[in-house]
Design a binder for this molecule. Structure first.
Ligand code: FAD
Ligand code: MG
Ligand code: MG
Ligand code: MG
Ligand code: MG
Length: 546
């Protein structure tokens, strides 16, 4: 990394917060963590809990490995195998936070287990630092009937409910005196939303059907139908097109109907009404069970907090690149409830220019620009992304494009030319997706910052002034590293998209999936349980009792 000897941009935003003064005998700072999902758990796992007084609030006293939830719906994996009990080094309260009061630095909670002596279970906690890791909730887009009639797939209880519901449908359809038409209706399983979760659930359902249920319910197997309703033109839109079309073709062969370009507008107890987006035509289909996995929304407590701090009209809490909530001292937000709002280089362009102009000449030489390039790329990752997207080898190409056909080595740019060269760069700012991978990396990053906070009293979260002998530590802004993503498609086949535009599909990818998801388990206990569930399924099939 370039050591630029102290003169780098004073990033107004990140330097604004003054560091705590942790003298030796001061009491430990209080950290309150809201949520024990991917983000909260990863934070706690990496935090040096001896440095802080840590309290954790969550209505569930366990962590759930969400990527395996679809497997729980059909009994491929048991619910107990994907949950991890709470951490022993911290104080845990099984409660729900219903208000964050940033002015008083307190959170208001309601016990999930019972009531205290006052007759209600409400209590208050103060914090020095608050870590908001509350995740997201499902969004029904206010579609009538969805809350009442659809199942969701967000929590372990949801997966268990679906599992019971599927078997109920089969039992119901096996009763005597039921017409064939009625049976077809009961055995119509509809998945709303063609994202990874919906697709995986449909695939899992299909496998359960052809591998296990046909043997138990031979009389009704031909009446079963699985449908995916998707509003976009293809399913799995967040994946490479090759994966989407592979999945669509596989589903076609399997007899899973994929209705793309339809938006569900109403759900009643036995009909799903949808509208074709191209011509507005409405269509109603009878169904037995519907699973809604079409979108994520904001939790009420997060919404309320955003209103308090003036972040309105947003879906998630905006943080700076060090994951601190904007305009809110001591509060950090990670995971699905948060998005990093990356600072635009054009907003800081004059400062960046001055910083690069070491000799105060009012112009920059290539050497001067190269001297700060590394720091710029760390602070504004969009610069690197932009150069990559334009297939540029170095910054000289970028500048040359703006100033015309000058000779690379001897070129000199003024502020206007510098602005012109960088004017499109901010278009490359990207939001990280709402995934476990992002949440876990953010939790880990923030814990590392907390572990080192004492060592950098002056600027706890930046700016990027390099240590260069001063003995200070600085944190680089958080940067998400994408390791690729999987889409299990059933029938021992999966698709994967890995970094570097690498796509792989088929049976061998499913084995890769097994090994990655086994290794990603947070403990040896769940790893052993999950692998033995898979083995049991291979040998004996799934358990279809309730
Ligand atoms: P969560 O994990 O949702 O955690 C939120 C926590 O907050 C929970 O502990 C909850 O109990 C707690 N909480 C909620 N309300 C309150 C309250 N009021 N007070 C206190 N605590 C509260 N991502 C991937 O990368 N790969 C996958 O394969 C994948 N598969 C998925 C499959 C399914 C079925 C689902 C639902 C999600 C999947 N995801 C996957 C997405 C991933 O689960 C989320 O991105 C991730 O859980 C986000 O982590 P989080 O900590 O922000 O939120
Ligand atoms: Mg969490
Ligand atoms: Mg989780
Ligand atoms: Mg997020
Ligand atoms: Mg100069």
């Amino acid at each position: 990394t370039a050591a630029s000897g102290g003169g780098l941009v004073a990033y107004a935003d990140s330097a604004a917060e003054s560091a705590p003064d942790p003298s030796q005998d001061a009491p430990r700072k209080k950290v309150v963590v809201l949520g024990t999902g991917w983000a909260g758990t990863s934070f706690l796992k990496n935090l040096d809990c001896s440095r802080y007084e840590v309290k954790v609030i969550s209505p569930r006293n366990y962590f759930a490995f969400t990527p395996l939830l679809p497997s729980v719906t059909c009994g491929t994996v048991e619910p107990r195998s994907i949950i991890e009990p709470k951490n022993k080094d911290v104080t845990f309260c099984e409660a729900e936070c219903f208000k964050i009061d940033a002015n008083r630095k307190t959170v208001h909670c309601r016990s999930a287990v019972g009531t205290n002596l006052d007759g209600n279970g409400d209590f208050m906690l103060d914090y020095d630092y608050l870590v908001v890791a509350l995740g997201a909730t499902v969004s029904t887009f206010n579609t009538p009937g969805v809350l009442e009639h659809c199942c969701f797939l967000k929590e372990v209880e949801d997966a268990q409910k679906i599992r019971k519901g599927v078997i109920d449908c089969f039992e119901k359809a096996s009763l005597p005196n039921i017409s064939e038409e009625e049976k077809r209706k009961i055995l119509h399983f509809v998945v709303i939303g063609g994202g990874p979760t919906g697709v995986e659930f449909a695939a899992e359902m299909h496998d359960f059907l052809v591998e296990d249920l046909v043997k138990l319910y031979p009389a009704i197997q031909d009446l079963v139908k699985i449908t995916i309703i998707q509003s976009a033109e293809h399913i799995l839109t967040m994946f490479d097109e090759r994966i989407a079309s592979f999945a669509e073709q596989k589903f076609k062969r399997d007899g899973i109907e994929v209705c793309t370009g339809f938006r569900v507008i109403k759900v009643s107890d036995d009909l799903i009404t949808m509208k074709r987006k191209s011509d507005g035509e409405e269509l109603s289909v009878p169904y037995g069970m519907a699973v809604w996995s079409a979108g994520i929304g904001t939790r009420p407590v997060v919404m309320d907090f955003m209103q308090q701090i003036g972040q309105t009209n947003r879906r998630a809490l905006a943080t700076n690149e060090w994951l601190r909530v904007r305009e809110c001292e001591g509060v950090y937000a990670i995971g699905d409830c948060a998005t990093v709002s990356q600072r635009k280089i054009m907003d800081d362009i004059s400062t960046v220019f001055k910083m690069a102009d070491k000799d105060n000449s009012g112009t920059l030489t290539l050497k001067e620009i190269n001297g700060v390039l590394d720091d710029i790329c760390i602070r504004y990752p969009q610069v690197e992304l932009y150069m990559k997207s334009m297939h540029m080898l170095d910054i000289a190409d970028l500048i040359k494009g703006a100033v015309g056909d000058s000779h690379k080595e001897s070129m000199v740019v003024d502020i206007e030319e510098f602005k012109k060269a960088l004017r499109h760069v901010d278009s490359q700012v990207k939001n990280a997706p709402a995934t476990a991978q992002v949440a876990a990396q953010q939790g880990q990053y923030l814990a590392q910052c907390f572990n080192k906070m004492e060592k950098c009293r002056e600027e706890p979260e930046g700016p990027l002034r390099m240590a260069g002998g001063s003995g200070r530590h600085f944190f680089r802004p958080f940067r998400y590293k994408h390791f690729g993503q999987f889409a299990p498609l059933g029938g021992e086949q999966a698709a994967a998209e890995l970094p570097g535009d690498w796509v792989s599909m088929g049976h061998s990818t499913q084995w890769l999936w097994y090994s990655v998801y086994a290794s990603k388990q947070v403990s040896w206990r769940t790893r052993v349980l999950v692998v033995s569930d898979w083995t049991r399924r291979f040998i004996f099939g799934r358990d279809s009792s309730r």
